[in-house]
Design a binder for this molecule. Sequence first.
Ligand SMILES: NC(=O)c1ccc[n+]([C@@H]2O[C@H](COP(=O)([O-])OP(=O)(O)OC[C@H]3O[C@@H](n4cnc5c(N)ncnc54)[C@H](OP(=O)(O)O)[C@@H]3O)[C@@H](O)[C@H]2O)c1
Length: 319
Amino acid sequence: MKYTRLGPTDLNVSRICFGCWQLSPSFWGEVPVGPWAESVRAALDLGVNFIDTADAYGDGHAETELGKLLKQDGTRDQFILATKFYWNFADGPRHPNTTHDYILRACEASLQRLQTDRIDLYQIHAWDAITRPHEVARAFATLKQQGKVRWFGVSNLNPEQMDLYRKHFEVSCLQPPYSLLDRNIEARELPYCLTHNIGVINYSPLYRGLLGGHYNADSIITGNRANGPLFHGEGLRHILTAIDQAKAIAAELNLSMAELAMRWTLTNPAITSAIAGVRKPEHIKGVVKAADAVLPQRTWHQLANLFAKAKSDALAAAK
Ligand SMILES: NC(=O)c1ccc[n+]([C@@H]2O[C@H](COP(=O)([O-])OP(=O)(O)OC[C@H]3O[C@@H](n4cnc5c(N)ncnc54)[C@H](OP(=O)(O)O)[C@@H]3O)[C@@H](O)[C@H]2O)c1
């Protein structure tokens, strides 16, 4: 495993981060905890020292299971632990909340579920249009001073939103989506993060599994993913054709399709660590090799062009 410094922090994170969203039944269905726990252990054995979760994943379920496991195994100190707040699910129907008092309450609840005394990276899950940044900053200053949080990050924000926050507190890290099928952040967010030394940990590097290489023309993808235009019918057919061509490139590099797609994101110099979504040990075992090296420039662009065309054809066909 390769490690790198996360933005301005003193955190030396593995280039693959373990993502815990899969313990969110409302999106992924019921995921058995046994194999999931084994995959956290496998990740540690493979050198992964970075875990990303959120209080909203399963409304506390992901943090609770992770906390139990780290306590039972005594492995809390071997991981750099990142979590998020934003969605208030404790108090009636779920709604965003980034007010001062709520942040302090949410952090306390996360610490209890995670059975730890500190969060290494505490992230705002998304933009809250109605809370002033200085109020967020006041809560962050308290949490830092109490030693409950080491560094702060944001997720799903654009440069203007980060600018507003950065007037009031240090933003160490951005968590955006990024993959061969979602390159929106290349134009603005990634240059901004490079300019301001903000770490970037990209989510959905396999585009929620579509780039995993395990789907074929007979596959029927069910659940919430099925709603996406690239996950069924003509749209899916165009993506699978591109995947077949990419598999030949992967074979030349002695990589699987999942490793190739993950390595493609890690080759971008603005990316610090790619967050892999994991349900079972095979998932994490099947992507860690991606971090060993970067892709040759020519190959990176070849893949970028291949999937840009496939996506545009897929979206046109899906209309
Ligand atoms: N901040 C945010 O708003 C936000 C949003 C989304 C995610 N995240 C974070 O980012 C993490 C990753 O996102 P994601 O779950 O969308 O990531 P992803 O890695 O793009 O997709 C994960 C899915 O890919 C498939 N997969 C995993 N490993 C594989 C392998 N080795 N070979 C083939 N297929 C494989 C599995 O699905 P199947 O086998 O069922 O196809 C798995 O559930 C999450 O766990 C979470 O921590 C954050």
